[in-house]
Write a protein that binds this ligand. Sequence first.
Ligand code: NAI
Length: 301
Amino acid sequence: MSEAVSQPLPSPLTVGIIGCGVMGRGIAQIAALAGARVHLADGFEGAAAAARDTLATTFDTLVNKGKLTPDAASAALSRLHPCAVLSELADCDLIVEAIVEDLAAKKTLFATLETIVSSTTILASNTSSLSVTSIAAGLQHPRRVAGFHFFNPVPVMKIVEVIGGILTDEQIVEQLLVLGQQWGHTAVRAKDTPGFIVNHAGRGFGTEGLRVLSEGVTAIPTLDRILRDTAGFKLGPCELMDMTGLDVSHPVMESIYRQYFEEPRFRPQGLTRQMLVAGLLGKKTGRGFYQYDAAGKKITE
Ligand code: NAI
């Protein structure tokens, strides 16, 4: 197999971020700070403009902490453009999708994007667990689809997995690996398998942690404390799920389980499904495994 020679991406790069939730905002932040023009779009009216406002506050905080110069902050802010309709993304060189973790929703979005952007625009997904090959299947130009999987919080967790599906052009993978590095992250190539590297290996942490709870081996705070203090993780599994949000974590567990043909070791627990149904999503709803105040500070042990 011949080595692909990576063509540089245009500079400055025009990036469309679709889905301005926690991940989309984080990706927009690092992209704008790295010099990209960033179009923000979201299916929820007003969310793109709200994301720009939130990022303005973030940049102010970084300036006050001496981590960013006022000039760099205002330049990055001027590069963020909220869009009211997807057609405003027509000139993007790269789209990074960070919408709901649902295969049908992502496929529908990418099919719509193909009617808007050029046939060479890279379509990247921040999916945590879904098959890049499945997202690309059925598109007119599936070769330009790849996974570009960041971690939460994006500016802090300086790693990104780059995933090519069966149909992906090697050139696209190479370009995203370079771009991830340019955005200040360690970019690693991962095979298109359920959960890729981190969310596959992480099953032993999250899913198995829930099994420990379901078997009554210990209580939630002890499980978290032991994995934090003894095993060296920054957060315990329940703390991590509360931060991520069960609206994201539980579908990821179900998706990986399904994609591995219901292999028992990946089986999710009923507890997180019940919590999801009850709206106990974690920090974002003020209650998950723990309770939180309006600022997101844990108020229960
Ligand atoms: P979120 O719920 O914070 O944000 C999702 C945003 O997408 C919302 O603003 C929503 O209005 C918008 N949206 C939903 N469906 C849409 C559609 N069909 N078209 C346009 N906009 C739509 O979710 P979060 O946590 O940012 O996750 C987004 C993606 O990133 C998911 O695929 C998730 O698996 C992945 N991810 C999440 C991580 C986390 O820790 N939260 C970590 C790494 C990846």
